[in-house]
Design a binder for this molecule. Structure first.
Ligand SMILES: Cc1cc2nc3c(=O)[nH]c(=O)nc-3n(C[C@H](O)[C@H](O)[C@H](O)COP(=O)(O)O)c2cc1C
Length: 107
């Protein structure tokens, strides 16, 4: 069954969970080929993104090659840093959603 997040259509109800150390773009591509309709990356530090940490940004290499809707999960504890990180990510990767992991957010 199709469903939507905002105006983004997702073709089925098979979702790849965000899993640290596992849900990278290569794994997501394999899962797409196996029928996943929507995938979320492993958590990425908003602080590291804002600092333009090379290793963190490289974790998204290949994300634009996916043909399914994709969310990039960011985590952090400061709302302004989270917002800035989301802005940086959506400037670099126009087609993605942002998934917010804010267990300790002070916002
Ligand atoms: C190895 C591993 C890594 C995970 N990493 C994340 C993560 O980065 N972000 C997150 O929100 N959840 C993470 N989770 C939680 C999963 O996304 C999922 O919510 C959880 O496993 C419950 O789903 P299940 O009942 O199908 O196992 C992780 C789970 C596992 C097993």
């Amino acid at each position: 069954m199709k469903w939507k997040i905002g105006n983004i259509e997702i073709k089925n109800q098979i979702v790849l969970a965000p899993m640290a150390g596992i849900s990278n773009p290569s794994y997501m591509k394999i899962c797409e080929e196996m029928g996943v309709g929507y995938a979320i990356t492993e958590l990425l530090s908003a602080e590291a993104i804002v600092r333009e940490n090379k290793k963190t940004l490289e974790m998204l290499n290949g994300i634009d090659k996916l043909n399914i809707p994709v969310a990039i999960q960011i985590f952090g504890s400061d709302a302004a840093t989270m917002a800035k990180a989301a802005q940086i990510i959506t400037n670099l990767h126009q087609k993605v959603l942002i998934d917010i992991n804010t267990i300790w957010c002070k916002c």
